[in-house]
Design a protein around this ligand. Sequence first.
Ligand SMILES: [Zn+2]
Ligand SMILES: [Zn+2]
Length: 262
Amino acid sequence: MLTDDIGIFTERGGTIAFLLSKKGIAVVDSQFPDQSKHLIDELKKKSEKPIKVLINTHHHGDHTAGNISFKGITEHVLAHENSKKNQENWGKQNKAEDKQLYPDQIYTDTWCQKVGKENICLYYYGAGHTNGDSVVHFQHANIVHMGDLHFNRRHPFVDRGAGANIKSWIEVLNKTWNKFDNKTKYIFGHAAEGYDVTGTADDLKKFADYLDAVLKFAESEIKAGKSKEDFLKNTSIPGQGEWKGDGINRPLQAAYEELTVK
Ligand SMILES: [Zn+2]
Ligand SMILES: [Zn+2]
């Protein structure tokens, strides 16, 4: 628990947040089917109230595959309109529509609703990790779930196939820390081993610095005539040693393509 009524669940996949209120329960993201069943079992031990809404921060399977366990249990599933499209496309392409529970509520720019004494607001600030990432604010508790808009000290997945854009992602982070205050607590979709899935605006600023360094690194290497193949052989981002783990080729490739593919 982060507060008396807001907690996180981290079994496997993107960090889940939940709100327990006198009027009902709200859940942010669902990991995978087994994990969401475990979560629902735990929620039932803590509260007899109905699940009012399941929010998906974006469409990726490690955040939405568990939606199916909420079928007939949650009153609504909510996501940004682009996330819903991405979820439906993924289900169709993978012939897995029967294993999905799609959003029945969508929004474009902002969405707010009271759940008990808490007010939950979703904001869409443009393309980032995908083209459909929501920033989810529990106003009363002043806690923000970033979904995969923040990878804590871990190289991020940049889903260009679903409209991701690093330059825009940096702006999304900027808009986020400008919107909230210096007491806001943030929940992150993922963290490197040994790092927390919660943090502060300072972590967001460091991640924006990292993304900026990735783009600048790609820009200078492209100018120097380096091929994509050779650029992808890099094993670190200059000045950004704090960000580590597998998958450095993902941001490198995304940055190279963002700057060269029109
Ligand atoms: Zn994720
Ligand atoms: Zn993701």
